[in-house]
Write a protein that binds this ligand. Structure first.
Ligand SMILES: Cc1ncc(C[n+]2csc(CCOP(=O)(O)OP(=O)(O)O)c2C)c(N)n1
Ligand SMILES: [Mg+2]
Length: 561
C-alpha cells in the first residue's frame, strides 16, 4: 500500500524517482510543495529570477547534458512568463518537463486562471495534467515518459485543490518504461543510400543534433565513402577532431566551406532538419542528390524535399551503410583529394578568413574582437550565441571543444535567451566556461539572471556586442527610411550595471582593453565577467550577405530575422 502523502509530494517524489537531473524555477504557492518534494528526494534546484530564465536554463541544461531537466513555475502568470522558453524548447525537441500549479477545475474566477492546456499546446509543447489523486503518480510518470521517450517538452498542470489530497505512495510502484529500440531502416532505401555513396564523387555527410549518438559510425561511413563531414548549427562540434570535417553548414559557414558543400554531388543528412538556415534556403542543396535519415517520419522532407528519405536510427543506418560501402568500394577517394584537404584546412574556421578591419573611433571591430577572444579564452568552453545583427560573431567565430560545447537557443528566434542558456549549460558542465555572445538589446532584455549566475558563483564570460541599438533593425531598415530613432538608444554603461549585480565588468573600446580580460582569465574565477564591447556600427557579414544576395527566383523578399 505505502504511506499516505499529499498529491504534490507524490508528484515530486515520482519525478525524482524517475531520474530528473535538475530543477530550475521560480516558486509560488502553486509549486512550493512539489518543488520541495523533488529537492528532498535528491534533485538539485536552481532558483532563477524570472520564469523565462528558468525555462531557458533548463532547456540548455538538457541540450548540453542529455539529461532530463525540470522547470517549476507558479500557475497562470508563472507559466505565461515561461512560455517563450517553453516554445524554444518545444521547437528544438528538448526533453523537458515543466511542472506548474493550476487553478481548481472550473474556478475561472481565480486571478491566476487561464486555459493552461491551450496556452501550452499553442507553443508546440504537450499539455498534461494530474487528473485525480488516484491517478497522480501514473499521470506524472506518463508525462515524464512522454518527454524523455518522445523528445518532447511536456507541461504538467497540477490543480491546487488536488495537490492537497492524500494518496498512498510507494517508491517501488512508480511506473517505469523501458527504452524501445528505434525503427529498423527499410532495406530498399538503405540500398539506395549505399549505391549513392559508393558512386558519389563529392559526397558530403551532414549531422544534426539527432546524430550526436552516431559520431563514430558517421566518421566510419564518411571515410569509407570519401565524404566530407559537416554539422548543422544545432549539431556543431561533433566532428572537431576529424581532419575531413568542415565546421558548420548553412548561414554560419565560411564562403569556402559553403562552396565545398554546394559543389557536392550527394548530400546525406543524419538527424538534421535541413531547415532554411542549414541549407541557405535550399541553395546549398541545389545540385546534389539528397538523402535524409531521421528516426521521426515527420522530419523527413519537412523543410526541404529530399530524393531519398530513410526512417531509422542514425547510428544503425550509418554503421550498416559504412560496412556495405567499404565492401563495395574499398579505398574510395571521393571528395578526399589533396586539393580538397588544402581547402578544408583553409576554410574550416572563420578565424582564418581574411577580412577588412572596420574599427571606428573608440569602437572595436566585432570580428577582430571575437577572433582575439577566441584565441584568448580556454577551449574548454560552451559557446552560446544570442540573436541580432552580431550573432554570427559568437555563433560562428568562437570555436568549440565538442558537440556539448555549443548551444544555440534560437529555434524560436527570440532575442534574450543567451544569458540564461549560458547559465543552464554551465550548470550542466561545471568544468567548462560558458561564453555567451549577445547584443546590448538582447542582454538588457534578460540581464536579471546575472543575479542567478552571481549567486551560483558561476564563472562565465558574457560578451556584450554593444552598438547602442537594435542593430539588426537599424541595418534592415536603413536602406529604406531614416526613421530609426525607435531602434537606437543612448549609450548604456553595461560594465557598471554588471558590477552592480556582483559581476566583474570590463569596458572595451580598443583591442588594448582586452588586457583586462586576459588578467581575468589568469585569476581564479567565481563570478561572471561581463565585457561591454563598444563595437563599430555596421551590418555583420551575415546581414550584409542577406542584403547583397538576390532573393531566390519566385521567393518573396522576407523581412524576418
Ligand atoms: C523576443 C524578441 N523580440 C524582438 C525580436 C526582433 N529583433 C530581432 S534582432 C533585434 C535587435 C537585437 O538587438 P541587439 O541584441 O542589441 O543585437 P544587434 O542586432 O544590435 O546586434 C530585435 C528587436 C526578436 N527576434 N525577439
Ligand atoms: Mg545592439
Amino acid at each position: 500500500m505505502g504511506e499516505k502523502i499529499t498529491v504534490a509530494e507524490a508528484v515530486g517524489r515520482t519525478i525524482a524517482g524517475l531520474g530528473a537531473a535538475h530543477i530550475f524555477g521560480v516558486v509560488g504557492s502553486g509549486n512550493f510543495h512539489v518543488t520541495n518534494a523533488m529537492i528532498d528526494h535528491g534533485v538539485p534546484f536552481t532558483p532563477t529570477r524570472h520564469e523565462m530564465g528558468a525555462a531557458t536554463m533548463a532547456d540548455a541544461f538538457s541540450r548540453t547534458s542529455g539529461l532530463l531537466s525540470v522547470v517549476s513555475v507558479h500557475q497562470g502568470c508563472g507559466l505565461t512568463n515561461a512560455l517563450t522558453g517553453i516554445a524554444e524548447a518545444a521547437k528544438c525537441h528538448t526533453a523537458m518537463l515543466v511542472v506548474t500549479g493550476d487553478t481548481a477545475a472550473g474556478d475561472i474566477t481565480s486571478n491566476f486562471y487561464i486555459d493552461q492546456d491551450a496556452a501550452v499546446a499553442s507553443m508546440g509543447a504537450v499539455p498534461a495534467r494530474i487528473h485525480s489523486a488516484a491517478t497522480a503518480v501514473a499521470d506524472t510518470a506518463a508525462a515524464l515518459h512522454t518527454a524523455v521517450h518522445g523528445r518532447l517538452t511536456v507541461v504538467l498542470s497540477m490543480p491546487v485543490d488536488l495537490q492537497e489530497e492524500l494518496v498512498a505512495f510507494d517508491d517501488a510502484a512508480i511506473p517505469r518504461m523501458p527504452i524501445t529500440p528505434g525503427p529498423a531502416p527499410a532495406a530498399e532505401s538503405l540500398a539506395q543510400l549505399v549505391a549513392l555513396l559508393a558512386s558519389a564523387e563529392r559526397p558530403v555527410i551532414v549531422a544534426g543534433r539527432g546524430a550526436w549518438g552516431a559520431k563514430e559510425e558517421l566518421r566510419r561511413l564518411a571515410a569509407a565513402s570519401g565524404a566530407l563531414l559537416v554539422t548543422s548549427a544545432a549539431g556543431r562540434g561533433l566532428f572537431v577532431d576529424d581532419e575531413w570535417a568542415l565546421d558548420i553548414m548553412g548561414g554560419f559557414a565560411t564562403e569556402g566551406a559553403a562552396d565545398l558543400i554546394s559543389s557536392a554531388d550527394v548530400i546525406v543528412a543524419f538527424g538534421a532538419a535541413l531547415n532554411k538556415w542549414t541549407t541557405r534556403s535550399g541553395a546549398l542543396l541545389r545540385t546534389a542528390t539528397t538523402v535524409q535519415i531521421d528516426d521521426r517520419p515527420t522530419a523527413i522532407g519537412l523543410h526541404q524535399p529530399v530524393d531519398v528519405g530513410i526512417v531509422g536510427d542514425a547510428a544503425a543506418v550509418a554503421a550498416a551503410a559504412a560496412d556495405a560501402v567499404a565492401a563495395r568500394m574499398p579505398r574510395k577517394v571521393g571528395y578526399r583529394t589533396h586539393e580538397v584537404a588544402v581547402r578544408v584546412g583553409r576554410d574550416r574556421y572563420w578565424k582564418d578568413q581574411p577580412f577588412e578591419r572596420r574599427a571606428q573611433l573608440d569602437r572595436v571591430d566585432p570580428q577582430e574582437l571575437t577572433n582575439a577572444l577566441d584565441a584568448m579564452l580556454p577551449i574548454e568552453r560552451i559557446v552560446v550565441p544570442d540573436g541580432g545583427n552580431v550573432n554570427c560573431y559568437p555563433g560562428a567565430h568562437l570555436r568549440v571543444p565538442d558537440e556539448r560545447g555549443y548551444c544555440i537557443p534560437l529555434s524560436f528566434q527570440a532575442i534574450g535567451m543567451g544569458l540564461a542558456a549560458g547559465i543552464g549549460a554551465g550548470v550542466a558542465q561545471p568544468h567548462r566556461l560558458p561564453v555567451v555572445g549577445t547584443g546590448d538589446g538582447a542582454f538588457l532584455m534578460s540581464l536579471v539572471e546575472l543575479d542567478t549566475a552571481v549567486r551560483l558563483g558561476l564563472a562565465m564570460v558574457v560578451i556584450v556586442y554593444n552598438d547602442d541599438a537594435y542593430g539588426a533593425e537599424v541595418n534592415l531598415f536603413q536602406p529604406y527610411t531614416d526613421k530609426l530613432d525607435l531602434v537606437r538608444f543612448p549609450e548604456t554603461d553595461i560594465a557598471a550595471i554588471a558590477r552592480g549585480y556582483g559581476c566583474d565588468g570590463v569596458t572595451v573600446r580598443s583591442m588594448d582593453d582586452l588586457d583586462a580580460v586576459r588578467a581575468w582569465i589568469d585569476r581564479p574565477q567565481d563570478r561572471p565577467l561581463v565585457i561591454d564591447a563598444k563595437i563599430a556600427k555596421f551590418p555583420s557579414w551575415l546581414m550584409a550577405r542577406r542584403h547583397t544576395q538576390p532573393a531566390e527566383e519566385g521567393e518573396p523578399v522576407r523581412i524576418s530575422h
